[in-house]
Design a protein around this ligand. Sequence first.
Ligand code: SF4
Length: 241
Amino acid sequence: MSTQFKILRFDPATDDHPHFQVFEHTPKAQDTMLEVLKDIRDQQDPSLAFRYSCREAVCGSCALTINGQICLACKTLFAALKTDVVVIEPLPNLEIQKDLIVDFAPFWEAYRFIQPYLQPEGDIPEKGHHVEESELAEVFQYTTCILCASCYAACPVATRDERYLGPAALVKLHRFVKDPRDKRSYEALKRVDTPTGIWGCDTVFRCNDVCPKEVRPADGIEGLRRKMVVERTKHLFGRKK
Ligand code: SF4
């Protein structure tokens, strides 16, 4: 049976505003929404623009809004939507470049800001750093982020304040701070000790809800807040001595 797919279209070269275009299409029983989009593009309109790569929820490039829910198109079965009309829109909170493709620039800017790499002290030991399995287990949840920006798109703080670093960048920082090899300085942490950093989060947990990898960014932000309070106190005591 044919289904209506209402897809948001926008070409900055020709359009003043985004608008919906309706496509009639009959998906196959096991089609994912990514397969639906590819079929519509291949069979009806080759100009339809959207991102994808791995098709198995690893690259994070096909995050979209489908019937109001932020999700990975490659991980969303058409049949699971159980509807005759499917509305497909780009991720919110990021500017549309064309159709379903958004500009990730603010997302990457925040990501770079937190310095997303290990900062160990001294030279790397000849046999590398030793990390206990239990220590890795503590960090593992936060290492599975695929940088899909779903959490950033769902975040109400990012909606109202474009300076907010967002859940993905902050949970990535938590991932490194929690790593026993990382010895970044108090000054490096202080960069996020701000209303647009760790204290900006409203703790409404939308990031936790939409994350396709169960990273639970809000947990990471909470962890960073605790760490910051401890480090700040240590720093103050250090000064008094
Ligand atoms: S934390 Fe989850 S939702 Fe956010 S970018 Fe990483 S994988 Fe995507």
